[in-house]
Design a binder for this molecule. Structure first.
Ligand SMILES: Cc1cc2nc3c(=O)[nH]c(=O)nc-3n(C[C@H](O)[C@H](O)[C@H](O)COP(=O)(O)OP(=O)(O)OC[C@H]3O[C@@H](n4cnc5c(N)ncnc54)[C@H](O)[C@@H]3O)c2cc1C
Length: 549
């Protein structure tokens, strides 16, 4: 976790926190004028200040007795940093100056044994523990619950790469390593994990596993569950070791107890992850598929079902295509290539498809590219060349900084995501877009894309923008009410509660309908076995049958 980031924002953008002029023009045209809304720097101190009085239930003496040999802090400003995640509501709550329950202490173990000691001691004393990696949860997964005493277990000091088995292609890494920490270690040695969520700069290996994360290159490298070979988990009752084999027939696969466990069962301390040779050959391309979104979805489905599927495939609906092209325009993503712009206009309205191929072999890449070109040609797609694809790849981690700048201008900006089978894609896409428009009204804009696809279906990722309000609380209420309607609509469409953001506290009430009472009891039984005192991240993922945490 980056302790230097301003509270209420993703971080300080490399180019400063300013709204890109083209994005600003688009926002003015579609959402109305920006307003002087409180930014994080203006109110973060106030937000934290409301709670900075020393309200910890724990004293230094108690901490020393609780976890001897483990570093800890009772400092209020540090506890504030670990008190909530990075959803729109989380970030806005700082800007609104809203007080939040601070954890009573933050502990910084450096080893698996340290974590075991902390959990055993907290379990014995009935103290709740919230594991925090990068703190980028967008589902309330790290919002420290309103309980008597809560300790955050930070994985900040557990980021070492412990082994790289080049013969097997497996890296062993402590769970607190961030994407860039692991990726730079691997790249220096000619390897890659290939896991690139948009939160790559901050999120950690343990967080990926605990939330079932999916990266932007998931078509080529797979989701985190495809990469997880094995894991060590510290629980209040001891160590749980899962996996460790290429495949096995040793009963149910316990890796899947850990994947998506959201800190509610234990703390992942290290993981064995499949790695691949760093791709020598990389190529990215873009095209516009004319017609409605279903035409683009058909192309994605055909690409995904082939052994020659691309490493990255992302299809934007017409609204997102319009937004991306307007924001980029002939002078932006498309560069000065006016002829390309004119060519592309022939295919509009249509859907922008970004396709990327990465391989160790030029021959393999050529075969993948030829296959994709055929499928795109079948759909009448107009190629707009490599530049927009390369530009998208180069800027793919900058979105959260633009979100900060949009919020500074008072605009509402949030995302939500789901996954459905192919036969339900069109209906779900259409229904959700309509629900958002109906909820948020004329000064709103909703757009979507497919960026994770499977043989039987795909995820839909929606971005929602709405007009500026100078009072952050008004924007927050607006989003809360829209989100409630969205969750109802997802259930009606038979769409998943989440494809990769997880359940946390925000989606917990929607899980029972999805997994049924028996499914809930299975989750409860797992929790009771591994965490008999129910101290692990209370309120996230699962509650007791009486609804209590
Ligand atoms: C701007 C933005 C973009 C995002 N883009 C993506 C994306 O492209 N793909 C994607 O999958 N997600 C995305 N996310 C969501 C989030 O980044 C992921 O859920 C990520 O995996 C969380 O990792 P983290 O280390 O930040 O976990 P945290 O936020 O610290 O924790 C998330 C959950 O995991 C638990 N946890 C954390 N570490 C451990 C551990 N070691 N052991 C057990 N439990 C643990 C926590 O208790 C909590 O329940 C995005 C979020 C933001 C804010």
């Amino acid at each position: 976790m980056d302790h230097g980031a301003p509270l209420g924002a993703w971080g300080e953008a490399p180019s400063g926190r300013v709204l890109d002029p083209r994005t600003e023009a688009f926002a003015r045209a579609r959402l109305g004028e920006p307003l002087g809304a409180p930014g994080p720097s203006e109110t973060a101190g106030r937000g934290a200040g409301q709670t900075l009085h020393d309200n910890s239930a724990l004293t230094p003496e108690r901490m020393r007795a609780l976890c001897p040999g483990v570093e800890w802090s009772l400092e209020a400003s540090l506890r504030a940093r670990f008190s909530r995640g990075m959803s729109y509501l989380n970030l806005m709550s700082w800007r609104a100056g809203e007080a939040a329950r601070l954890p009573d202490a933050v502990v910084f173990p450096t080893s698996h044994d340290h974590v075991l000691e902390v959990l055993a001691a907290c379990s014995a004393q009935g103290i709740a523990v919230v594991p925090v990696g990068g703190g980028t949860s967008v589902t309330g997964g790290v919002d420290t619950p309103d309980l008597d005493t809560v300790v955050v277990c930070s994985l900040d000091r557990m980021s070492d790469v412990q082994n790289l088995d080049t013969e097997s292609g497996i890296v062993t890494v402590q769970a607190g390593a961030t994407g860039p920490q692991l990726e730079s270690y691997l790249n220096e040695r000619g390897w890659t994990l290939g896991h690139f969520p948009q939160s790559f700069e901050r999120a950690t290996i343990g967080g990926y596993i605990a939330t079932r994360s999916s990266g932007q290159s998931s078509s080529g490298y797979g989701r985190i569950e495809d990469l997880l070979v094995g894991a060590e988990v510290a629980t209040p009752v001891g160590t749980l070791s899962v996996g460790g084999y290429p495949a096995s027939a040793t009963g149910p696969d316990l890796r899947h107890v850990v994947l998506g466990s959201e800190g509610a069962l234990g703390i992942v301390t290290s993981a064995d992850l499949r790695v691949r040779a760093f791709p020598t050959f990389r190529e990215y391309s873009a095209a516009i598929v004319p017609g409605d979104f279903s035409a683009a979805a058909n192309v994605v489905r055909a690409l995904t079902r082939s052994p020659l599927r691309p490493t990255i495939v992302r299809a934007s609906d017409e609204a997102e295509t319009r937004a991306l092209l307007t924001m980029s325009g002939p002078g932006g993503v498309l560069g000065g290539a006016f002829s390309m712009y004119v060519r592309m206009r022939r295919a509009l309205p249509g859907s922008l498809i970004i396709v990327g191929w990465e391989s160790e072999s030029a021959t393999t890449l050529a075969a993948m590219r030829a296959f994709a070109r055929e499928r795109l040609a079948d759909a009448g797609a107009v190629s707009i060349g490599g530049r927009p694809g390369r530009s998208w790849v180069a800027s793919r981690f900058l979105g959260p900084y633009q979100r900060d700048a949009m919020m500074d201008a008072g605009y509402l900006v949030e995302t939500f995501e789901t996954v459905v089978v192919w036969s339900a894609i069109d209906d779900t896409h259409h229904t959700l877009a309509e629900v958002v428009r109906a909820e948020l009204g004329d000064d709103s804009y909703v757009m979507a894309h497919i960026s994770h696809s499977y043989e039987v279906g795909a995820s839909l990722y929606f971005t929602v923008l709405a007009g500026a309000r100078s009072d952050p609380r008004a924007s927050m209420d607006r989003w809360r009410s829209a989100k409630a309607a969205i969750m109802d609509a997802l259930a009606e469409c038979g769409a998943a509660v989440s494809h990769h953001h997880g359940v946390g506290r925000d989606h917990r009430d929607f899980l029972p309908a999805a997994i049924g009472p028996v499914g809930e009891d299975v989750l409860r039984a797992m929790k009771t076995t591994l965490d008999p005192g129910w101290i692990m991240n209370p309120g996230a993922l699962v509650t007791r049958s009486d609804g209590q945490r």
